[in-house]
Design a binder for this molecule. Structure first.
Ligand code: NDP
Length: 299
């Protein structure tokens, strides 16, 4: 194995440390950043995420407001809650946990959030601001990937980046961020022809597909940096009957033999996502109060 491991868990702890230090300084000025998380329904994975978010919010010294609503909550009631949170000065960040139950229009709900409090960066205004190179709230997962890439490479200018996946929450904003850092960006997706050859051109590969271990070492240019966003649960009979394990969209062992650096799954992009949610909440709070933003925690 030749690749160095980009330790997202350790990096996320560093980010949380920076956030906590800045929160402590804000509190001396009588300002406490607050994050409201809205969960509709009982999706088990969403419940785990929301618990982790609430716990880490409190750990960095912020106020956490959790709103758990029944799966049958009407759109009108959800929108009324969002309107209250938009108007609440103690709330600087609002996150509506996705996916929402099928009867709720996700676009309508997300676009009802005040863009200044949209710490997920999914509001259409923030998407537009990012695309036009203006100050935006940036989606947490791609922001975490960008932070790790900047930390590893220093400047990304002129590097060839291939983003696999074109979703609104990962692939597209990731491509925008890399373009903003002057990479030459290619976005690959399910219709891309000869995707292996496309990926082999990349100095930076970001895989956000949702297909376990799709990218193998023979797709990777020697020395490239591989950022694996994928989180996939697969059977793990070697751990015992009925056991499972998490893997990324990249086949870690074969990619690590060829890459210069790689993020593991778990312990790579995942921990950075929540750390960036806290960073975004802090940024939103600083902007709302007209105080200096922390350095290195935004795009
Ligand atoms: P989506 O399902 O929204 O998008 C997947 C993308 O992958 C689509 O653009 C799709 O292309 C593309 N794709 C599918 N099959 C192929 C293929 N065979 N070859 C090339 N491209 C393909 O997923 P998300 O972006 O939401 O998530 C991607 C992965 O990242 C998932 O594993 C998810 O669990 C994980 N994730 C991890 C996070 C973290 O914190 N670490 C946060 C968010 C997501 P097309 O558009 O043509 O259909």
């Amino acid at each position: 194995m030749s690749a160095s491991v980009i330790d997202g868990k350790a990096f996320a702890a560093e980010v949380r440390g920076k956030v906590a230090a800045h929160v402590a300084r804000l509190k001396e000025q009588g300002i406490t950043p607050g994050l409201a998380v809205v969960l509709v329904g009982e999706d088990p994975a969403s419940q785990v995420y929301v618990r982790a978010k609430g716990k880490q919010t409190v750990e960095v010294g912020m106020a956490s407001f959790e709103h758990k609503l029944d799966a049958g909550t009407s759109e009108a009631d959800l929108l009324a809650l969002i309107a209250r949170l938009n108007a609440d000065p103690a709330v600087h960040g609002i996150l509506v946990q996705l996916p929402l139950p099928g009867h709720l229009d996700e676009d309508l709900v997300i676009n009802a959030i005040d863009p200044a409090k949209d710490v997920d960066g999914f509001h259409i205004s923030n998407v537009g601001l990012l695309a036009t190179g203006q100050k935006a709230m940036v989606p947490c997962t791609p922001l975490g990937c960008l932070m790790m890439l900047r930390d590893h490479h220093g400047s990304l200018s002129g590097l060839n980046a291939v983003v696999i996946g074109r979703s609104n929450i990962v692939g597209k904003p990731m491509a925008q961020l890399l373009l903003r850092d002057s990479c030459t960006v290619t976005v690959a997706h399910s219709r891309t022809k000869d995707i292996e050859a496309v990926v082999r051109q990349a100095d930076i590969v970001v895989a956000a597909v949702g297909r376990p271990q799709m990218v193998t070492g023979d797709w990777v240019k020697p020395g490239a940096t591989v950022i694996d966003v994928g989180i996939n649960r697969i059977d793990a009979p070697e751990k015992g009957e009925g056991k499972t394990r998490l893997v990324g969209d990249c086949d870690y062992d074969s990619c690590a033999e060829v890459a210069g650096a790689i993020t593991p799954v778990p312990g790579g992009v995942g921990p950075m996502t929540i750390a960036c949610l806290l960073a975004n909440t802090l940024t939103a709070c600083c902007r709302a109060n007209g105080v200096e933003e922390p350095e290195g925690l935004t795009a």
